[in-house]
Write a new protein. Structure first.
Length: 524
C-alpha cells in the first residue's frame, strides 16, 4: 500500500510540465488544501500564502518583517485621518492590462463588503479615493496606529477582471458559495495560477512580466502544491525525493528527517487555544438541558485546571510547542510575562469548581477539532478529551478536515472548538478584536466563535484601536490581556514551534508567520 501511495504521489506531483533546462520547480506539500483563491474571502494562513503568490498588496514585509514597497512605492500620512499612496508605474495584470488606482479603490471597497473575511484589517477605513491613475487617498474614521501593518494582508484585484467574471463581491465561504474567483485568479504578483485541482494539486508558473523580477532573490519558476493529509506519506515523499519541501513535518519524524534532509525551525506567532459557546442559553450537543455550563466562569476554569499542558508538549508535540497562558505570542506587540502565566494543573480544584457550579457528576458535550490544519491538531484534542474525562466530563471528539471545519465553526455551529490564531500585523489588537470583542461591525469579533461579550473588555479594545501613544496603548493592551485571562474567555494552550523540512538543495527564509515566501526560495 505504501508503494502504491508513493507511486500515486509521483504522478500527482511530478511529470506535470516539460521544463526548460534553467527552470526550477518547487514541489511542496502540507496536510491541508488551499481553501479559495478569492483574496478577500477566507482569512486563513495557508490560504493567504497561496493568494500572495498571485495577488499583491500596497505594502509588503521584507525578511525582517519591516515594511517595504509593493504596489505602492511611497506613502505618507497627510492628516491624522488621511493617508496618501503613490502607486508603482508600469505594473501589468497577468492578462497584460495596466494596474491603476481604480483597482486599489475597488479592492478596498470589496474588502469592506459584508461577505469579506478581512474586516479586521479594514475596520478603520472609511473610503478610498483615486486622485489620479497612480495616486490613492485612504480616509480613516479615526487615527489608526497599525494601519500600515494591516495593509500587507489587503491584496489588490483587477476591477475589470472582477466585473467580467461577476465577482464584484467576495465569495461567501461560510455559506459554501462557489464563484469564479474561488478557483481562478488573475493578479499582478510574481506567479500566475496555471491549474487548480481541489484536494489534488495546484500549479503556479512564474510571471515573466512581474515588475519585481529584476530584483527577485529566488529562482523558482514553477510551484506545485499538493495537500497530503497522511504524516507518513508526506515524510516518505520528502525522503524519496518526490517532494522538495514540507511545511508541516510531523514532530515524531523530525529526528529521522534531520539525518537525511534539511530541517529549520523557529517560534511561530500563532497561539493554539480552546474556545467555548458562551452565548446560548442551552448548550447544544450536550446532555445539559435548559442552561449553558460554559457561561459559568467556574466551569471554564475547571476545564483549564484539568489540562496538563506539559504532557501535551512532551508526548503529543514532541517539544514543538511553547506552553502559554496568553492569547498572543511573545513576538506580538503587547505581550507580557504576566499574561503568559497559566492556571496550574489541579484536578482536585477542577472537580471542586464543577461541583460549585452545579455539576458534581460532570456533563457531556462535543469538542470540534480540525484534523489537517495545525501541528498534531487532532492528537492535541484527543489528549485533552482524555484529561477532561479524569474530572468527570464526557466529551465526544468531532474531528474533520479544515475545508469542512471552518465553515462549521464560523456559523457558530459548535459548543467547544480548537483554533490557532496567527498575527500577521504583529500587534495584539488583531487578536483581541477578532477573538474576544463583542461581535459588531468593522471586523469586531469576526472570529469570536463563542460569542463572548464583556463591556469592559470591549472598551479596552476600542481604546487600543486609536491610541497613538505607544506606552499608553501597551498599558491598555496589558489590561485587556489580563481581563481575558481572568474571565477565561478562551483557554490558551501553546504557541507553535514550526519546523520546516526540505531537500538539502533548497534554501528558504523561515518566517514567524509560517508562510513560505516563494520569491525568496532558491534551488541549487
Amino acid at each position: 500500500m505504501r508503494h502504491f501511495v508513493i507511486a500515486s504521489l509521483i504522478v500527482a506531483v511530478t511529470g506535470l510540465t516539460m521544463l526548460t533546462a534553467d527552470a526550477k520547480s518547487l514541489r511542496w506539500a502540507s496536510q491541508g488544501d488551499i481553501l479559495t483563491f478569492d483574496p478577500h474571502s477566507q482569512n486563513e494562513g495557508l490560504n493567504n500564502t497561496a493568494n500572495s503568490y498571485v495577488y499583491e498588496p500596497l505594502i509588503n514585509y521584507n525578511e525582517k518583517f519591516e515594511l517595504e514597497p509593493a504596489l505602492a512605492v511611497t506613502w505618507k500620512q497627510e492628516t491624522p485621518l488621511i493617508w496618501r499612496f503613490n502607486l508603482r508605474k508600469d505594473v501589468k495584470w497577468h492578462d497584460g492590462s495596466p494596474f491603476t488606482a481604480a483597482d486599489v479603490v475597488f479592492s478596498i471597497e470589496r474588502a469592506l463588503a459584508p461577505s469579506s473575511n478581512f474586516k479586521a484589517y479594514t475596520f478603520s477605513i472609511q473610503r478610498a479615493v483615486a486622485v489620479d491613475p497612480l495616486t490613492v487617498l485612504i480616509y480613516t474614521v479615526a487615527p489608526n496606529p497599525v494601519l500600515l501593518r494591516q495593509l500587507p494582508e489587503l491584496r489588490i484585484m483587477s476591477k475589470a477582471w472582477s466585473e467580467k467574471n461577476k465577482v464584484m463581491q467576495p465569495q461567501n465561504f461560510v455559506q459554501r458559495e462557489e464563484t469564479f474567483a474561488a478557483r481562478n485568479a488573475m493578479g499582478t504578483g510574481p506567479y500566475m495560477l496555471k491549474s487548480r485541482e481541489v484536494d489534488v494539486r495546484t500549479v503556479f508558473v512564474e510571471n515573466p512580466s512581474w515588475w519585481g523580477k529584476a530584483t527577485k532573490k529566488g529562482n523558482v519558476t514553477e510551484v506545485v502544491y499538493s495537500p497530503i493529509k497522511s504524516d507518513a506519506t508526506r515524510t516518505a515523499a520528502l525522503l524519496s525525493g518526490e517532494l522538495d519541501f514540507v511545511l508541516d513535518p510531523p514532530p515524531q519524524d523530525l529526528a529521522r528527517l534531520r539525518q537525511t534532509v534539511k530541517v529549520v525551525e523557529g517560534a511561530e506567532s500563532r497561539t493554539i487555544f480552546l474556545g467555548f459557546d458562551q452565548m446560548r442559553d442551552e448548550l447544544q450537543y450536550s446532555d445539559v438541558k435548559g442552561k449553558n455550563p460554559f457561561k459559568d466562569v467556574r466551569v471554564r476554569q475547571a476545564l483549564y485546571h484539568a489540562i496538563e499542558i506539559n504532557a501535551i508538549q512532551r508526548a503529543v508535540m514532541r517539544g514543538s510547542s511553547d506552553p502559554t497562558g496568553a492569547i498572543i505570542a511573545p513576538q506580538v506587540n503587547g505581550w507580557t510575562k504576566e499574561a503568559h502565566q497559566r492556571l496550574p494543573v489541579d484536578q482536585k480544584k477542577a472537580r471542586e469548581l464543577l461541583a460549585q457550579a452545579g455539576y458534581p457528576n460532570g456533563f457531556s458535550f462535543t469538542l470540534d477539532c480540525p484534523n489537517n490544519r495545525y501541528i498534531n491538531d487532532e492528537e492535541i484534542c484527543k489528549a485533552i478529551v482524555t484529561m477532561w474525562a479524569q474530572i468527570g466530563l464526557k466529551v465526544s471528539l468531532n474531528a474533520m478536515p479544515r475545508a469542512t471545519y471552518f465553515p462549521k465553526i464560523q456559523k457558530f455551529d459548535t459548543s467547544a472548538y480548537l483554533l490557532g490564531w496567527g498575527v500577521p500585523t504583529f500587534d495584539a489588537l488583531y487578536s483581541v478584536q477578532s477573538l474576544a470583542r463583542t461581535i459588531g461591525k468593522d471586523g469586531d469579533g469576526n472570529f469570536n466563535l463563542g460569542r463572548v461579550s464583556n463591556p469592559a473588555f470591549d472598551k479596552l479594545v476600542d481604546a487600543m484601536k486609536s491610541e497613538m501613544d505607544p506606552k499608553k496603548r501597551n498599558q491598555v493592551i496589558a489590561e485587556a490581556l489580563m481581563l481575558h485571562n481572568k474571565e477565561v474567555m478562551h483557554i490558551p494552550l501553546h504557541n507553535q514551534v514550526i519546523p520546516w523540512a526540505m531537500r538539502k538543495n533548497v534554501s528558504v527564509v523561515h518566517r514567524a508567520d509560517n508562510r513560505l515566501e516563494m520569491r525568496w526560495v532558491k534551488i541549487d
